[in-house]
Design a protein. Sequence first.
Length: 563
Amino acid sequence: DIAYPAGETVPPAASMLQTFNKVFIFRKGQVALEWDGSFSTVTAGSFVVGRTYTITAVGNTDFQAIGASADTIGVTFTATGVGSGTGTATSAFSKVASGTYTQPTILDISGFVITNGLATATVSNTLSQGDKVILVTAGGSTLTKGNQFTVSEASSSAFKFFVDTADVTNQTDVEFTQKVSVGLGFTHMPAPEFAVYHQRRLVMPFQFSVDASVNSYTSRGILDEVIASDILDSDTYDQIYAQYRFNAGEADFTVGMHSFSEDNLMVFNRNSIHLISNTTALQSASTKLLTDEVGCIARQTITQVGNQVIFLSDNGVYSTQFFDEYNLRGTETPLSEPINETIKRINKDQSTQAVAVYFDNRYFIAVPLDDALRNNAILIYNFLNKQWESIDSVDSEDWDIENLIVAGEGSKRGVYAINQLGGIHKLDSRLQGDDLINVSIGSSNVAKDVKGSITTRQYTFGDMTRKNWKEFQMHVESSADNNSNFTLSAETENPDASITLGTLSSLNGGDLLKAEDVSIRGRIGNRRGHGIQFTVNNTQGRPRIRSLQTQGATSFRSTQKAI
């Protein structure tokens, strides 16, 4: 329903951000698009020159006079004038400002008064609330030349701000200007690949310079520099005070950023991590290197959980966290160390596509395993038991995870997986033992059994002596919607052996009925080994293993040396 400007498309690698009461679409090396978030109709006479609109109703207005190709419903056009009459339209995505940045000019003040601390300047006005103005001529006022003020209220004929000086009657010799840049001057948005919101600013990679021609950009050949916008102003960027470069001269580039607390902005490069602090006043902002031993390989895996920031690196899932006195440091061991064999399966050539979210005390990260060209598996870390609890995948080459999104209200709140075709699947939405999957447009859902598998820790009784393992006991509960069944095996170590222990059905005398629970026991047969572990592979339903125990005894009690 929200159109793009004529001839403009959005590539798959584009990213979106909602901030400043707008929605931005960032397209690396191309002019960014913005939408004001309004579905309300705009009447002829209220169009903003340069904005894109879609005609919704035609009255006696000639839309062609203000830029439309034809005055018919559904036509999208960029306004070249304001028009008149009764036609209406809705706002569409428009191109952000580009080309040469025009410095503010002196505001032609026709009257200036101060009453009870409120200053009012009468002027044909283009300012808005929150803008900064600088006094360049004090005239007959009680103000000091060079002081900067924040506009508290603005209309088409005046703007106001608060001061702490004596009252002043009407003056006509007072002059103001908006904030003027220094050095290299201000620039418009530099066609970034992405941006983040931090301390009322937009911060983005500074890889392209804005050319004098509208919608034209040139690569700067610099990949490790970022730039911040002015406060609450997505069109103004100071090329002196608002840009920060890291690891100049090294083979490094910016992958992502994350806004943390206490005015800290984390910048994740490919081979390093940096911190920008005190960005409220850009002149006093500082940068420091957190580590050059690890970097981030996938921007959309950067996720904050409490005082930790988690991300995917070359060596697995790492986290950085704030310790004493808000000192940010990285952890030495990857969070994914227990599943390192799975991490090694990630396709390095496609790993930049990985995405992650945090929901319900879990970190979900979608990655491409083995030879997959797209994310085909979801790894889940549980922060309650501090363990990786699941590796979820679908046995179909057409199944992929383009993105993970946390959305919805009430019972619909959850993690949604988006595929390359725009299909949406809600994760963990069913208690049944099968999933409903759709991998093609226009087809019906296909039920697929959940082939779950768990392996227990290895039981050793706390020593390395050889034991005879005798029997086991399990307490199992079936799901409320399906009967349950599984196969059970045990693996001993030194000597190594794999032992088939049967199925839930054979041990129970039939499938475990839905919503039922049972205790089952069986013999292991005095199999020897210094340790034993158990593996459960479900074949039906969604059984829950509530407890498992095993019995054994030391098999070598002699005090003589073992041979």
